[in-house]
Design a protein around this ligand. Structure first.
Ligand code: ASP
Length: 317
């Protein structure tokens, strides 16, 4: 068994890896490390796919999704469409630790965060608000109430809105950590698909879709258009392959191959999907159906993180 601490994550998780590595070096848990890394990305204002500074929904509201899973116990927590709290990963952890539930969404998640002492903060930064405004103006969906009082504009609005969604406007961070005891944990956080419908959840808060960890087999986490990951239960799909004894790269190819085979009502360019994965002994790999995609990796024995290319999987299974 590899006793060094190990962290692997999406490329944008690089800002969080030092925090995770510091925790693992101090003997901390995989769960603490994964959460700490993700929290750093949630605070990264330049990242438009996660936390503060993330892209809003079509109405200009930032709705955050996050989840975490402890591979030792399979305990999990998630929040979806959480508004006004900059660290959804911490709220998800509280859901896991303090409630018999796994996932809270919308107003219930907001209420839970407030009652548990989380500090609300504005999430929509002025530059992102400006980008949102310009985008919906250019797309002629400006100034709309999606729920027009008389319902007359509904069809036109939805048509314009789905056209807008054909752009690649995603972003998420995910981190899988393994500690010196061999425990694996996975944490994921996102502002979701930019300009999404209010209340839309992608794969990130859904255990099995965007996030899965089980010490006995390994872990996987996804980024990309969440609807595709949900449809093939992608994170669990990969872990199930590991459970069946397949090597990591086969598991990744099989999972992405299923994604690539999905009939899709959006254009191909909005079908990107990426996975990072870790085997139970700490071996790592990552794959994408987009060329030239990267991920980050570091062990407690390494001075700095490594940026590595993902396996490119363009084909359908
Ligand atoms: N998976 C996220 C979602 O669908 C977005 C992303 O990873 O870019 O909400």
């Amino acid at each position: 068994m590899n006793t060094a601490g190990i962290v692997v994550g999406s490329f944008n998780a690089r800002v969080g890896l030092p925090a995770a590595i510091a925790i693992l070096r101090a003997g901390g848990s995989a769960l603490d490390a994964a959460v700490a890394a993700v929290r750093e990305v949630e605070d990264d204002l330049s990242d438009r796919g996660v936390g503060t500074g993330g892209l809003p929904n079509i109405l200009g509201q930032v709705e955050l999704d996050a989840s975490l899973m402890d591979g030792q116990t399979l305990a999990s927590g998630a929040v979806g469409a959480l508004k006004g709290y900059p660290h959804p990963i911490d709220v998800a952890r509280k859901v896991m630790e303090l409630t018999p539930h796994v996932m809270l969404v919308g107003d219930g998640a907001d209420l839970f965060a407030r009652l548990h002492g989380f500090e609300p903060a504005p999430l929509l930064t002025s530059d992102v608000e400006e980008y949102w405004r310009q985008t919906i103006t250019a797309s002629r969906v400006e100034d709309m109430t999606l729920y027009d009082r008389r319902g007359e504009r509904y069809a036109g609005v939805v048509r314009d809105w789905t056209t807008l969604l054909h752009q690649e406007i995603f972003g998420t961070t995910n981190v899988i950590a393994r500690d010196g005891q061999g425990n694996i944990a996975c944490a994921v956080s996102t502002s979701g698909w930019g300009f999404k419908w209010p209340g839309r959840l992608g794969d990130s808060p859904i255990i099995g879709a965007g996030n899965y960890a089980d010490n006995r087999y390994g872990a996987a986490a996804c980024t990309g258009r969440g609807e595709l990951a949900i449809r093939v239960a992608l994170a669990y799909n990969v872990v199930r392959s590991l459970r069946e004894g397949r090597p990591l790269d086969h598991a990744l190819r099989a999972g992405l191959g299923e994604v690539n085979a999905l009939p899709d009502n959006l254009e191909k360019r909005a079908g990107s999907m990426n996975i990072v994965a870790m085997g139970r002994d700490g071996q790592v790999a990552a794959a994408s159906n987009v060329p030239d995609s990267h991920y980050v990796y570091q062990t407690t024995d390494m001075d700095t993180l490594e940026v590595r290319p993902r396996l490119y999987v363009p084909d359908a299974l």
